[in-house]
Design a protein around this ligand. Structure first.
Ligand code: HEM
Length: 322
């Protein structure tokens, strides 16, 4: 396996650019040796990513958000745990089980939502609008769908409306492909594993590179273009482990359902009264059905902080649609 000594051309704030360089220089599996003799292994092939998930075991483990964990554990008067994201093992499972229960009670979830999760939704929303603003023909198609569905429901975003919003879901999927909230997912390998013929010892940290591979021509035709239509065919356009915006398996995003419902609702109807301002359950079908969204900024990329965030001001314009 190629061994990489960082030569100084990598930026800690652009992990996806680093990933692309590593793939170009070293190929689909790369080991990076960090100070302290920590090995990181990067995976760029969806088959290998699938193989990694297949070995994650009962308590999948990740090594991330350690600063967040320290922050919380140093403040026992405010937090009773390090939080689900960085905690591992049986303790993680207990936290997850408890959180899963409260996901059913919306009020409980709002009070526990870490800011990072609110940011995930807000940044995804920004990238959806950015993509639509720069692809007016796609925005018009979504506006047509929004108006058709909302006329039939008296302007309300009902479960039926959401279930029938096919073009909106394709828009969301295409946005996750081009602008995911994380470069990939990390796992600490639980047992010695062979991937691509290389032995990965137990406790190695493996990081999947979905953000990089989601823009490769071997997986998607015309990969830099925003084409929601590619998700409307019966057969998925690529290997299922290329675009995995919420992760996979027992440690996948616990807030996926809620996040998706909220984003779709916002897309459908921006002007209804806020049902819950914390959850951003406000009013993108109605937003798009009422307003034409434009963009007067330059190209929007992302900076890698705790999650990927827009790297420039959000220069949108909103004008009434006839
Ligand atoms: C568009 C919005 C969101 C995206 C794209 C997103 C994405 C992700 C991803 C990629 C992971 C890592 C999964 C893995 O390691 O396999 C994750 C984990 C997590 N997410 Fe989200 N997320 C979003 C919104 C939310 C919301 C609204 C909540 C809170 C209700 C939330 C709570 C969590 C938690 C607690 C974890 C850690 C789960 C665990 O370790 O067991 N996320 N999310």
């Amino acid at each position: 396996m190629p061994i990489l000594v960082p030569p100084g051309q990598y930026s800690p704030k652009r992990l996806h650019h680093n990933g692309r360089l590593k793939l170009q220089q070293f190929g689909p599996i790369v080991r990076e040796n960090l100070p302290g003799n920590t090995n990181l292994v990067y995976l760029f092939d969806p088959e290998d990513i699938e193989a990694m998930y297949a070995k994650e075991g009962r308590y999948p483990s990740r090594r991330s958000h350690l600063a967040l964990q320290k922050y919380r554990l140093d403040r026992p008067h405010m937090f009773s745990t390090g939080g689900i994201l960085p905690t591992n093992g049986k303790h993680w499972w207990e936290l997850r089980r408890r959180a899963q229960k409260s996901m059913n009670k919306v009020s409980a979830v709002t009070s526990r939502l870490p800011q990072v999760d609110e940011a995930s939704g807000a940044y995804t929303m920004a990238y959806v609008l950015y993509s639509l603003a720069n692809n007016q023909d796609k925005q018009d198609l979504l506006a047509l769908e929004a108006r058709r569905l909302l006329v039939g429901s008296d302007g309300k975003v009902t479960t039926k409306v959401l279930s029938e919003a096919r073009y909106l879901k394709a828009v969301m999927k295409e946005t996750y492909r081009l602008h995911p909230i994380s470069v990939g997912v990390g796992r600490v390998i639980q047992e010695d594993t062979v991937i691509r013929g290389f032995r990965i010892p137990k406790d190695t940290v493996v990081v999947t590179q979905n953000q990089v591979i989601s823009r490769l021509p071997e997986h998607f035709h015309d990969p830099q273009r925003f084409l929601p239509e590619r998700w409307l065919h019966k057969a998925p356009p690529a290997h299922p482990f290329v675009v995995v915006p919420f992760g996979h398996g027992p440690r996948s995003c616990i807030g996926r359902r809620m996040a998706e419902q909220n984003l779709q609702t916002i897309m459908l109807q921006v002007s209804l009264p806020l049902m819950n301002s914390d959850l951003l359950v406000s009013s993108c079908l109605q937003l798009i059905s009422r307003y034409r969204v434009g963009w007067v900024g330059g190209e929007l990329d992302c900076l890698s902080n705790l999650i990927n965030e827009p790297d420039a001001p959000l220069d949108f314009t909103f004008t009434d649609r006839e």
